[in-house]
Design a protein around this ligand. Structure first.
Ligand SMILES: Nc1ncnc2c1ncn2[C@@H]1O[C@H](COP(=O)(O)OP(=O)(O)O)[C@@H](O)[C@H]1O
Ligand SMILES: [Mg+2]
Length: 248
């Protein structure tokens, strides 16, 4: 993303923001409330249209005017509420609205076996999990299992290159948080790049390769996790050097 600007009425939510994402990396986006993190990724996922700027994928300019455009470009988001239908099992959720059809004596039927096999394959090959309860309603799933199904659905919706996760650990307890961070690593290791919005620097430092800091609608900087401390990143978030005792 290059030179992205976006205003809501008189409020300038994004000013000339760049973002680079490389294959196979987890890029975290951090920053205070209102810094423009969600708006930036909503421009990428076609929820909002930028007033100015350019999105390029593999060197080619793409027009992202809708969520469909974004999915067609290989980008999908998993939001905090996950958007699963709780009464349906995993395959029906993964294929919601795009069910495979088979014909028997010329009549169309949903191909449940195909749906189930492909769901299990996506979970195994792209998400790195095997769900013992794949046929149960997802309301019976743990938080981590539900997240895995939501990610599998995003992967199934697109030739997915980029998975966007906005605050995936915000509402989770310690164990579910650990599961989610493991899930992020597993998805990355299986070839999907990830943009992770988080306000938790501990989580960011556990799973991200780089961190982009947003401040007041601008890109404040980027840090390579392996060469940075939390204090470096915190300094960019607040825009000053912070004292030794500051903690996040
Ligand atoms: N749909 C909208 N309408 C009006 N203002 C918005 C809208 N979405 C975001 N904003 C404003 O844009 C700024 C950036 O918001 P946001 O991108 O949600 O920040 P963050 O995700 O970093 O907390 C904030 O001032 C917010 O109030
Ligand atoms: Mg936000």
């Amino acid at each position: 993303m290059r030179g992205i600007s976006k205003s809501f009425g008189g409020l300038r939510a994004l000013m000339d923001v760049d973002l680079e994402l490389y294959p196979g990396e987890v890029l975290a986006i951090v920053g205070d409330n209102g810094a423009g993190k969600s708006t930036l990724i909503k421009v990428l996922t076609g929820v909002y249209q930028a007033d100015k700027g350019e999105i390029r994928i593999d060197g080619k300019t793409v027009q992202v005017r809708s969520r469909r455009d974004s999915i067609d470009a290989g980008i999908a988001a998993v939001y905090q509420n996950l958007g699963l239908v709780d009464s349906l099992p995993a395959p029906e959720n993964v294929f919601l609205g795009v069910e495979p059809i088979k014909r028997i004596f010329g009549l169309p039927f949903i191909d449940n076996r195909e749906m189930r096999e492909r769901t299990i394959a996506i979970l195994r090959d792209r998400v790195g999990v095997s769900l013992p309860n794949v046929d149960e309603p997802t309301r019976n799933f743990s938080g981590g299992q539900r997240q895995a199904v939501a990610i599998a659905r995003a992967i199934n919706a697109a030739e997915l290159k980029v998975l966007v996760m906005d605050e995936p650990t915000a509402a989770l307890g310690p164990e579910e948080t650990r599961n989610t961070l493991n899930l992020i690593r597993a998805v990355k290791e299986r070839g999907t790049s990830i943009i992770l919005i988080s306000h938790n620097l501990d989580h960011v430092f556990k799973v991200a390769d780089r961190v982009q800091v947003m401040r007041g609608g601008r890109k404040a900087g980027v840090a390579v996790v392996a060469n940075s401390t939390r204090r470096d990143v915190l300094g960019m978030i607040v825009g000053t050097d912070v004292d030794e005792d500051a903690h996040v």
